[in-house]
Design a binder for this molecule. Structure first.
Ligand code: AMP
Ligand code: MG
Length: 267
């Protein structure tokens, strides 16, 4: 299979060009070994990010239902100190949230310096479900791409590294995962009848995602199209991208207080 770019090149994005089955030259076993190694690096880097306290990282996860957002979070952050990670799952906006601008609830949840913030869904729902379901007028959601870009630019310029991941599964893979949710009583809670309504509009969602991936893919806040039918490859891609981004930050431990070298701890 031809190499598949992770960050789409500038211009129109056609999701049909991106295979959700793509796994590069990896196999499950070597990928899992590599992820284990990355997990150790992530733990060390996250500790340094926290101690340093000058940078924040924001991981944004978007996907269709059963796309693997929850599973990715579980897999990536296993082994990282819970104190340094803050996960926010964005649901249908409440009355209070709906009576403000769409970024109000999002801005409140961005990570402070030293933290990794994870968004399970995000402000992108406001140009995805809001657009496909016509929750707001077209004249309203059309403006949001620019508003999102400016918002993300503000965050970046304030010391936040933004990484955006679209977990790309096929419609067939969603069917398989929905069927598992229906047969396994431990997964019933993950399925709702509304998910079938959304599935009916699959193609409209793909068009809406393509627009997001074109209009909001900026060098300061890039979108990654993650082939996500194979969960182990999805984890590898997200993990590697996050570790590399952290490794690029000029992290350092704060300097010791003056005079520390002569201290003797009293009995
Ligand atoms: P889940 O992630 O399965 O818990 O579902 C959360 C639901 O909230 C999904 O159906 C989303 O489409 C919906 N949701 C999240 N954000 C928004 C938003 N800004 N506007 C409308 N619906 C939203
Ligand atoms: Mg759901």
């Amino acid at each position: 299979m031809a190499e598949q770019p992770l960050i789409p090149p500038r211009g129109k994005v056609n999701l049909a060009d991106y295979s959700p089955d793509y796994t590069g030259s990896w196999d499950r076993e070597s990928a899992q070994e590599y992820v284990q190694m990355l997990r150790e690096q992530l733990s060390v880097l996250q500790n340094k990010l926290y101690a340093d306290g000058r940078h924040a990282v924001l991981v944004i996860l978007q996907a269709m239902d059963a796309g693997g957002k929850d599973g990715t979070i579980r897999s990536i952050f296993t082994g990282v100190s819970p104190q340094g990670v803050e996960v926010t799952s964005f649901k249908v906006p409440t009355e209070e949230e709906r009576s403000r601008d769409f970024l109000w609830r999002v801005h409140k949840r961005v990570p402070r310096k030293g933290m990794i913030g994870v968004f399970n869904r995000s402000h992108y729902e406001d140009v995805l479900v809001a657009r496909v379901d016509g929750l707001v007028a077209e004249s309203v959601w059309r403006k949001r791409y620019d508003q999102i870009n400016e918002f993300e630019e503000l965050l970046t310029e304030s010391g936040t590294t933004i990484l955006k991941f679209f977990l790309h599964i096929s419609k067939e893979e969603q069917k398989k995962r929905f069927e598992e949710r229906l047969t396994d009583p431990g997964k019933h809670w993950k399925f709702s009848l509304g998910d079938l309504e959304v599935r009916k509009r699959w193609d409209l969602y793909m068009r809406a995602y393509e627009d997001v991936l074109e209009k909001c893919n900026r060098p300061h806040a890039p979108w990654h199209i993650v082939p996500a039918n194979a969960k182990w490859y999805r984890d590898l891609v997200v993990m590697e991208t996050l570790v590399q981004a952290l490794a690029r930050l000029p992290l350092r431990f704060p300097l010791a207080e003056a005079g520390i070298e002569n201290i003797v701890i009293p009995d």
